[in-house]
Design a protein around this ligand. Structure first.
Ligand SMILES: Nc1ncnc2c1ncn2[C@@H]1O[C@H](COP(=O)(O)OP(=O)(O)OP(=O)(O)O)[C@@H](O)[C@H]1O
Ligand SMILES: [Mg+2]
Length: 112
């Protein structure tokens, strides 16, 4: 099992959710967040307090899937979330050790 975390533009969320559902991927967790990438944040002082001027609102989508799905989903996310402009986002993939469906006690892939 792998966890795919995609940080994307908020306006791409609905389209991505639909595309994932079409591929049979239904389980996901979505977070509203702020971030900056390689253009970095720069800090200015406003009334003595540091203010990050380019922390941009983003959406983080987290999916746990089986290993065989990962490459296809990366392609799908890139296709949907890409505009070609800086700030399109980033995808991280992590190993997942275990998943438990609380209702039934099922574990592993059958619980995903
Ligand atoms: N190395 C990183 N670690 C954690 N989060 C990151 C990292 N890089 C980017 N992010 C997150 O992804 C969001 C979008 O990043 P962004 O698309 O600007 O990446 P980038 O590397 O600057 O690429 P681009 O040059 O296309 O803008 C950021 O706002 C931040 O939330
Ligand atoms: Mg950037």
């Amino acid at each position: 099992m792998k966890k795919i975390t995609a940080i994307i533009r908020p306006e791409k969320l609905e389209e991505l959710k639909d595309a994932l559902n079409e591929k049979g991927v239904h389980g996901m967790t979505v977070y509203e967040c702020m971030g900056c990438g390689s253009q970095r944040g720069w800090t200015e002082y406003y009334r003595g307090k540091p203010v990050m001027l380019n922390m941009i609102p983003k959406v983080k989508v987290e999916l746990v899937v089986n290993n065989a799905q990962v490459d296809g989903l990366i392609d799908l996310i890139c296709e949907v979330a890409r505009t070609g402009e800086v700030g399109d986002g980033k995808i991280f993939v992590y190993p997942v050790e275990e998943c438990v469906r609380i209702r039934t006690g099922e574990r592993g892939l059958r619980a995903v």
